[in-house]
Design a protein around this ligand. Sequence first.
Ligand code: SF4
Length: 357
Amino acid sequence: MERAKERQFGKLLMQWDKEKNRRSMPWKGEKDPYKIWLSEIILQQTRVEQGLDYYNRFVQQYPTIRHLASADDAAVFKLWEGLGYYSRCRNLIATARHVVNDLNGIFPASYESILTLKGIGPYTAAAITSFAYNLPYAAAAGNVMRVLTRYFGIRQSISSSAGKNFFTTLANRLLAANDPATFNQAIMDFGATVCKPQLPLCSGCNLQKHCTAFKEKLTDSLPVKEIKPAKKQRWFYYAVIEYKGAAYIHKRAQKDIWQNLHEFYLEERSSQTDPNELAAGIMQQLNAGKGSMVTTISKMYRQQLTHQAIHGCFIHIRLKKKIKIPGYELYEKSAIRKLAFPRFITGYFEDAASGFR
Ligand code: SF4
């Protein structure tokens, strides 16, 4: 790869940033490593538009790492509700407590020490190090790698670890050593607003003259797409078992999706099943008793996760007498609203027919 083209890239990018970059975000220019870390963790696998509100709510509720470290797990999970990938939330709490309890509340300041924190990989460590301390580490996010594949015409995959290493090395070579924070922000903004995944704005792009993808009509085929393995299909049938307005709930503890979130009584199946048959089976299994009845069966709900697709519905059962369900507790509706649930269940709550809105 010619050095001249590499030098040209940095020059044109910084010129674009100075003259045309109008992207504003609350954490842009932020120097507090806590807030930068927070924004980066929220934005992992989350669109900026969706992450913005969460970031603002977290900063308002927990303005410093000490506030976050001393918060109740349940309250943090409730604030995180809807963002998905809950291991991020678990790591957020663990890292905040580690920094406060073991590092005297001072966020580490070197790339190597930041990389040792739970939930922080090379990209996030580089972002925090460069934005907070202006140290020369390139943050090769997906946006950044996409720009590089196109501008330099590279067919290397951006999802393999070899590919990530390759693009991190390249981005580090391109990095403006005198202002890494501005360079990293500029290339991310450029990827998000100009060299977008679909329909990049090539006609007004000031990198166009030197861009290989543009010259060779490769913008649609770069970055190269990986063939994704088929998703695992799971069917979740939730029994919303209600007694005098309260419902039976438990916290998911097993190492599986939605760990630490709450749910109703669950019957999981590996294929689609008739909910009426299931409802009858559940009533019998729970020994629900005379006078108890199935009141409604909801429509089907779906939630797409990275490697799984969850389908299912909610079977509403009204009990005549109180029963014991091992592992489950009765919660009043006002208490249920304070618990954190997966998106699959909050979607059901939003439906007026659920009776939980
Ligand atoms: Fe991206 Fe198009 Fe600009 Fe090339 S010309 S860098 S593909 S926006």
